[in-house]
Design a protein. Structure first.
Length: 296
C-alpha cells in the first residue's frame, strides 16, 4: 500500500471514498469494499487499500510485468486528440452510448479520458435536468493515465488495474462499458456490466494508418481484427451494431510525430526525427465501432 496525504478536506475525502467504494470489490477475496476512515477502503476480511486525494485506487495484484502508457505517450495523445483529428470517432461513440440514457459508465483502458469525457457529456445531456450526475470509473494500467482521466472528467473515479486479471470491480455495476483501442477481457466485461448493458468497442480497420505502416512508422493491423473481436465476445454478448468511421488526415510533421508517439508503435518502432516526414502527410484514419448487448 502507498501512503496517502490527509490534507484533503474531510467532507470531500469522505465523498470521494464513498463514491469509489460503490464501484469496487477486494482483489483478494472479491467481497465489496467500504470506507473505513481516512482515505482507506477495506473489505469484511480485513484487506485494506489506500486511495489518493484525487479518488484513484491502485488494486493490482499478481506477477504480470506489464507496462502502462508513459507520460510522453500520454502527452502525445493529448496533443493529437485535442487537435480534433479523431473528433468524428468520439462523436460517433458518444452518440451510440447516449442512446442508452445511462448514468453509470466504466472505461476499460481509459488513456487520457478523451473518449470517456465525450461519452459522459453526451449521456448527461439525455437525462432530466434534475437527474443525478452521470458517474464513471476510469480503469487503466497506467497510473498517470487514470489520474489524467479523473482530472478531465467530472464525477469520475479511478482504478489502476491489470485488464487481463479479474477486475476489482463489483458485479453488474455499470450500464455502459467503453473499450477503445484497449485490451479486452470478455468474461470480466460480462460480469461487471448489468444484464442488457452496452459494451462499446473501437478497433482499427486494416487500412488504418496504411501510409505510416508503408513507411515503417506504425505497426501492422491484424486483417481479421474485427472478426476475432466478434468471435471472442460470442456467448456473452450479442452484436447489435457496427459502424465504420474513416477520414483522410492532412497532418503536419508534428502531428505525425504525436500520432506515432501516442500509441503502441511508440514501444516497437524507431520513430526518430530523421525517419519522420519533412512535409505534410495524408494519413488514413479508419475505425470500426461496435455495439454489443450483454446477454444474461
Amino acid at each position: 500500500m502507498t501512503t496517502t496525504s490527509s490534507s484533503v478536506e474531510p467532507d470531500r475525502a469522505s465523498e470521494t471514498l464513498q463514491t469509489l467504494s460503490e464501484w469496487l470489490r477486494c482483489p483478494n477475496c472479491f467481497t465489496d469494499l467500504h470506507p473505513v476512515g481516512g482515505l482507506v477502503l477495506a473489505c469484511s476480511s480485513g484487506h485494506r487499500f489506500d486511495v489518493n486525494r484525487q479518488g484513484v485506487a491502485s488494486l493490482g495484484i499478481g506477477s504480470r510485468k506489464l507496462i502502462g502508457d508513459s507520460a510522453a505517450m500520454l502527452d502525445a495523445r493529448d496533443a493529437f486528440l485535442h487537435a480534433g483529428w479523431y473528433a468524428e470517432l468520439r462523436e460517433a461513440l458518444s452518440a451510440l452510448v447516449a442512446a442508452e440514457h445511462a448514468d453509470r459508465f466504466i472505461d476499460i483502458g481509459c488513456g487520457t479520458g478523451y473518449y470517456l469525457h465525450g461519452a459522459v457529456t453526451a449521456a448527461q445531456a439525455t437525462l432530466p435536468a434534475s437527474a443525478a450526475p452521470v458517474r464513471a470509473l476510469a480503469v487503466d494500467l497506467s497510473p498517470q493515465a487514470v489520474k489524467r482521466t479523473v482530472r478531465a472528467t467530472p464525477h469520475t473515479s479511478g482504478l489502476v488495474a491489470d485488464v487481463w486479471s479479474p477486475f476489482p470491480v463489483r458485479d453488474a455495476v455499470a450500464d455502459v462499458a467503453l473499450n477503445v483501442f484497449a485490451p479486452r477481457n470478455p468474461a470480466e466485461f460480462h460480469r461487471t456490466l448489468r444484464p442488457g448493458g452496452l459494451l462499446a468497442v473501437v478497433v482499427p480497420r486494416p487500412e488504418h494508418l496504411r501510409e505510416l505502416r508503408a513507411a515503417g512508422l506504425a505497426l501492422d493491423v491484424h486483417a481479421n481484427k474485427s472478426a476475432d473481436l466478434v468471435a471472442s465476445l460470442s456467448g456473452r454478448f450479442a452484436l447489435e451494431s457496427e459502424q465504420s468511421v474513416q477520414r483522410s488526415l492532412d497532418l503536419s510533421p508534428a502531428d505525425v510525430a504525436a500520432l506515432i508517439g501516442m500509441g503502441p508503435s511508440a514501444h516497437h518502432t524507431d520513430s526518430t526525427a530523421s525517419a519522420l516526414p519533412a512535409a505534410g502527410s495524408a494519413v488514413t484514419a479508419a475505425f470500426s465501432l461496435f455495439g454489443f448487448r450483454r446477454l444474461p
